[in-house]
Ligand binder design. Structure first.
Ligand SMILES: Nc1ncnc2c1ncn2[C@@H]1O[C@H](COP(=O)(O)OP(=O)(O)O)[C@@H](O)[C@H]1O
Ligand SMILES: [Mg+2]
Length: 287
């Protein structure tokens, strides 16, 4: 386990876990999505949260930045309970988080350079020459310094994802969150992004959380893995533990088996009942 026990903490040391999710419940109206999630993201680590589409991964991430409020439980970021913060402190907290979403959200009419300069101008008072150097440094980190003058609409999918990554680190966040960072990429771009996630985490001293359905790719770069299913964490471990796990749920995921604890069949009535076979009239022998 990466999570150190509470007694090791001293008041003058920040908590070991940058993020702690405790008994988190959340529903969209009557659709209960999160039903008591418990997990921790230790500082300096890359943590993957895996689960099928629709299991609530993006919903979970939206609690980190306080875009959603839990109906029960809490998310603590750097020692602060997110849902208890007022607007001003919430915005200050969000500045410590970078995000990279599948839908990159870049301004396609602007240049790569302007896409990165924008959040810096918006959130800091830095002079333009400092912004210039910072933008080029961030682009250099993702291998795209030479592409600064291109419009993002001209970029390939993999390059656009890298620009989004550079923008996510633009304000030197403590935490970077990736929502489906691998979706829709060709194998080479996918590997590039995966290696960048790991490399930037370690080189910049970040903490990273990625939510995805891509198990093999996550196992290549994560320090610790959680499996989310039906609103709770059903399995967790480091990569060796997950790879060797005999847990049927983990096995199904790691081997991408179509059926298992995650059922192939949508819940249904028994087939004979559904086809009305039980009620079928026996053939009339007398006719
Ligand atoms: N804004 C929303 N309003 C209502 N229901 C939503 C909303 N966003 C997601 N959901 C529902 O919540 C569940 C979890 O969605 P989501 O967190 O996006 O899953 P994931 O990211 O794991 O694919 C799904 O059933 C989805 O339909
Ligand atoms: Mg999602």
């Amino acid at each position: 386990m990466l999570v150190l026990p509470v007694k090791n903490r001293t008041p003058d040391r920040p908590p070991e876990n940058l993020v702690e999710v405790r008994d988190l419940h959340f529903s969209y109206e009557d659709n209960a999505v999160l039903k008591g999630v418990n997990l921790a993201i230790p500082r300096g680590k890359v943590v993957a949260i895996l689960g099928v589409s629709g299991c609530g991964k993006s919903t979970l991430l939206r609690h980190f930045g306080g875009q959603l409020k839990p109906s029960r439980g809490s998310v603590t970021f750097d020692g602060q309970v997110v849902h208890e913060l007022g607007n001003k402190r919430l915005y200050a907290l969000r500045r410590k988080m970078g995000m990279m979403f599948q839908v990159s959200g870049l301004f396609s009419d602007l240049s790569v350079y302007e896409n990165l300069a924008y959040p810096m101008r918006e959130h800091t008072d830095l002079p333009e020459d400092v912004i210039h150097d910072l933008v080029l440094m961030k682009l250099h980190a993702v291998g795209l310094r030479g592409a600064h003058a291109l419009r993002t609409g001209e970029l390939s999918g993999g390059m656009a994802r890298r620009v989004a990554l550079a923008r996510a680190i633009a304000l030197d966040p403590m935490l970077i969150m990736y929502d489906e960072p691998f979706a829709g990429l060709d194998p080479i771009s996918l590997n590039t992004i995966a290696e960048l996630i790991r490399h930037l985490n370690d080189a910049l001293g970040l903490t990273s959380v990625l939510v995805t359905y891509d198990v093999p790719e996550s196992l290549k770069i994560a320090d610790y893995v959680y499996f989310l299913h039906e609103g709770v964490v059903v399995a967790e471990g480091d990569v060796a533990e997950i790879t060797d796990s005999k847990d049927p749920f983990v096995q199904q995921f790691v081997h991408a088996a179509p059926d298992g604890p995650v059922a192939f069949q949508y819940p249904s009535r028994p087939f004979p009942e559904e086809l009305d076979l039980a009620q079928a009239e026996p053939p009339d022998e007398s006719a």
